[in-house]
Design a protein around this ligand. Structure first.
Ligand code: CAA
Length: 258
């Protein structure tokens, strides 16, 4: 399938989505986000793919929702058209792990898109921010909620109220990104990491993702109970037998996703 605003490819067991509106610093237009949703759905349906990487360019992961496309919209355009709600959430519904490989600007919706992914690998030149306040609006794709959960109230509040950007080092210290990687190596490292995940037993990958996400949606007791049920249920898989046998026999496990 060919797209207008993104590029897609597969690298062995990894699906790669590259945001591709270089003239607009990958501003996230409706059309672009529709295509991201379609690409994710198609990787989701492809059994050969075990994880997905979303990336942008060296200058910008994405500089936010498309300001020029939003400028003249009315409240009813936004509300009845279910702006953001109608296509962005597909990222959070993907069962396969999605890694954001962020270089350059991840601002507004760009920061929010990265935070919808399962984790963020940041290039050393990455800059994160929620500058919507400077446009007379607020974040609309979860920025006030997810950023606060990642970095705490004080930093999230300051960023949402002033539009100040965080560099990669600050983002790593604050827990927004899992690791910083030299810019030139970012994509290769992200694809390698996604490939390692894709080679794990898929049911355990799905359950690990579900269980970690529970920590954001439930009480501690409910989350631990859900984790316990999933942990115990994985003993019904052939891959658990294979994984533990391989350890005992000092060889690499060959998971069959069964
Ligand atoms: N929407 C539309 N176009 C954008 C854009 C955006 N979010 N960000 C950048 N562009 C365009 C610019 O208009 C410019 O286009 P032209 O060449 O046609 O003028 C091109 O991309 C290059 O941008 P700059 O010339 O501004 O590049 P720069 O290096 O001087 O500055 C920047 C880079 C600091 C990222 C600056 O572009 C900027 O501040 N962008 C807007 C960031 C922003 O406010 N994001 C939030 C958007 S609202 C949102 O995301 C809502 C939500 O929560 C979902």
């Amino acid at each position: 399938m060919s797209y207008e605003y993104i590029l897609t490819e597969t690298r062995e067991n990894v699906g790669l989505i590259t945001l591709n509106r270089p003239d607009a610093l990958n501003a996230l237009s409706d059309g672009l986000m529709d295509e991201v949703g379609q690409a994710l759905t198609s990787f989701e349906q492809d059994d050969a793919i075990g994880a997905v990487v979303i990336t942008g360019s060296e200058k910008a992961f994405a500089a936010g929702a498309d300001i020029k496309g939003m400028k003249d919209r009315s409240y009813m355009d936004m509300y009845l058209g279910n702006f953001i709600g109608r296509n962005w959430e597909q990222v959070t519904r993907c069962r396969k792990p999605v890694i954001a490989a962020v270089a350059g600007y991840a601002l507004g919706g760009g920061c929010e898109l990265a935070m919808m992914c399962d984790f963020i690998l940041a290039a050393d030149n990455a800059r994160f921010g929620q500058p919507e306040i400077k446009l007379g609006i607020i974040p609309g794709a979860g920025g006030t909620q997810r950023l606060t959960r990642f970095v705490g109230k004080s930093k999230a509040m300051e960023m949402c109220l002033t539009g100040r950007m965080m560099d990669a080092q600050e983002a790593e210290r604050a827990g927004l990104v899992s690791r910083i990687i030299p810019s030139a190596d970012l994509l290769e490292e992200a694809v390698k990491t996604a490939g390692e995940i894709a080679a794990m037993s898929r049911p355990s990958v799905f359950m690990a993702k579900t269980a970690v996400n529970k920590a954001y949606e439930t009480t501690l007791a409910e989350g631990v109970a859900a984790e316990r049920i999933m942990f115990q249920s994985l003993f019904a898989t052939e891959d658990q037998k294979e994984g533990m046998s391989a350890f005992s026999e000092k060889r690499t496990a060959d998971f069959k996703n069964r």
